[in-house]
Design a protein around this ligand. Structure first.
Ligand code: UFG
Length: 334
């Protein structure tokens, strides 16, 4: 099976390409390096010892999609090509809506024209807004998103539902990621945020390596066990494997639109993460408690039952694995 992976050179995309290649899929990557380094392509080959086709371009450019669909018999698409920084999206809503929604419309129109009807879409737990019920199931209410990034994912989910209603020969899997962290166990690929990291684990890594002085923990007065925010962290390799499971589902089932949370089902606080990182890696992470970050919620973790029952997906890597692999990547690449 030949899979077009848009944004396949990025953090989650590159780990998914590794799993695809290791599972016998043929891979075609489209990426414009907007948030990834060109060297990643060679690293994917190094890990898998397998080759793939690569196209450089922006999905807004319909002609690049025409070229790809004409030159390759694509069976399914996994769409990772999006911006993902929550804070930045508040400052650049037009760029976020263009890059995260318009691109999908161009992709879907090309998929229709070339009769490619299987799609796995990267969505996010942010579509649940401030969740009313914890742990979160796929049936929980969506909406009330607090930033353009989350809203862009919510809108695309609606677009995909409308598309499926109009043509139920499509097979669509919407995957709502919780908090992906960690890196490939080889330490060859991992997360490469531009500039000062906005997310917790990349920031922790920079503090541990001495590149940043001190982690600011955003609030210790939440209604959680230690007052700091609780999230459902999932190892990026487990998340990547979730995409293989979703593809398998689309291949064997009757047509359908399916929605899954990809998560472990366990919530960890910011202090849990800091403590685990220090213990597993034998390093010190300086931190101070500061005020809450605007837009943050207290607790967000999933009920992973649906993905387990319908996809056979279970995230097996532990918090210790996540901390060890993130640090291994940091040490090998900085
Ligand atoms: N945090 C800190 N200090 C930091 C960074 C984060 O204390 O320097 C805290 C946050 O307040 C939060 C937790 O660490 O309690 C996790 O924060 P992240 O920024 O790592 O992740 P978020 O939960 O805010 O958001 C992430 C992704 C989104 C995705 C969402 C899904 O950034 O893209 O998970 O739950 F949609």
């Amino acid at each position: 099976m030949k899979i077009l992976v848009t944004g396949g050179n990025g953090y989650i995309g590159s780990h998914t390409c590794v799993e695809l290649l290791n599972n016998g899929y043929e891979v075609v990557i489209l990426d414009n390096f907007s948030n990834s380094k060109k060297e990643n392509l060679a690293k994917i080959k190094e890990i898998t010892n397998k080759d793939f086709k690569f196209y450089e371009g922006n999905m807004l450019d319909r002609s690049i999609l025409d070229t790809i669909f004409t030159e390759n018999k694509i069976d399914a698409v996994i769409d990772f090509a999006a911006y993902k920084a929550v804070g930045e999206s508040v400052l650049k809503p037009v760029e976020y809506y263009t890059n995260n929604i318009s691109t999908v419309l161009v992709l879907l129109s090309a998929m229709k024209d070339y009769n490619v009807k299987k799609l796995v879409f990267s969505s996010s737990a942010t579509v649940y807004g401030d969740p009313e019920v914890i742990p979160i199931t796929e049936e929980c209410k969506t909406g009330g998103t607090t930033n353009p990034y989350g809203t862009s994912k919510l809108f695309v989910e609606q677009i995909l539902k409308d598309l499926y209603n109009s043509d139920n020969t499509f097979d669509i899997a919407i995957l709502r990621y919780f908090n992906p962290i960690g890196a490939h166990e080889s330490g060859i690929i991992g997360e490469e945020p531009n500039g000062i990291p906005a997310n917790l684990l990349p920031y922790v890594c920079k503090v541990a390596s001495g590149k940043l002085e001190c982690l600011s923990i955003f609030g210790n007065d939440y209604d959680t066990k230690d007052g700091t925010g609780v999230r459902d962290y999932i190892h990026v390799v487990d998340l990547a494997i979730g995409h293989i499971k979703a593809l398998e589902k689309l291949n064997k089932e009757q047509h359908g639109l399916f929605i899954y949370n990809l998560a472990t089902g366990t919530g960890y606080s910011v202090l849990d993460i800091v403590n685990a990182f220090e213990k597993v890696n034998g390093v010190k992470v300086n931190y101070k408690i500061v005020g809450r970050r605007a837009g943050d919620i207290a607790t967000c973790y999933s009920n992973p039952t649906k993905a387990k029952e319908e996809l056979g997906f279970i995230a097996t890597r532990t918090l210790e694995d996540m901390c060890r692999d993130a640090w291994n990547y940091e040490q090998k690449n900085r």
